[in-house]
Design a binder for this molecule. Structure first.
Ligand SMILES: [Zn+2]
Length: 113
């Protein structure tokens, strides 16, 4: 399952950051998941709960914020978030759209002790 490898990479990243900051454990992990990332949020939560045991995230709260698809028009520079996946500018009708956000998963913040 895709979410398992995503979570393992995330946990490794968290532990690296914690070690760099001489923290003993991680209390909160906040992530942003793009709706176009292909990641199922509830599966990610399950994967996190499965893999966190024995890591520095063992008792960490896992917060997932969903990021809508955000597009920017190359013609008129309009930039906006959409609910429906339509790659057509709502302002000028151009089909030359660039994805600004909503395709990836990002680690947004960590709380450590
Ligand atoms: Zn436009």
């Amino acid at each position: 399952m895709h979410e398992y490898s995503v979570v393992q990479a995330l946990l490794n990243q968290c532990e690296e950051i914690a070690e760099q900051n001489n923290a003993e454990r991680i209390t909160k992990v906040v992530c942003k998941i793009g709706i176009m990332s292909g990641i199922e949020i509830h599966l990610l939560q399950i994967a996190f709960d499965t893999f966190k045991e024995g890591t520095m995230c063992d008792n960490a709260e896992f917060v997932i914020n969903e990021q809508k698809l955000k597009l920017r028009c190359r013609e008129c520079n309009d930039e906006y978030e959409i609910d429906e996946i339509i790659y057509k500018c709502r302002n000028c009708g151009s089909l030359s759209m660039e994805t600004v956000d909503g395709e990836d998963m990002y680690l947004m913040s960590l709380e450590m002790e």
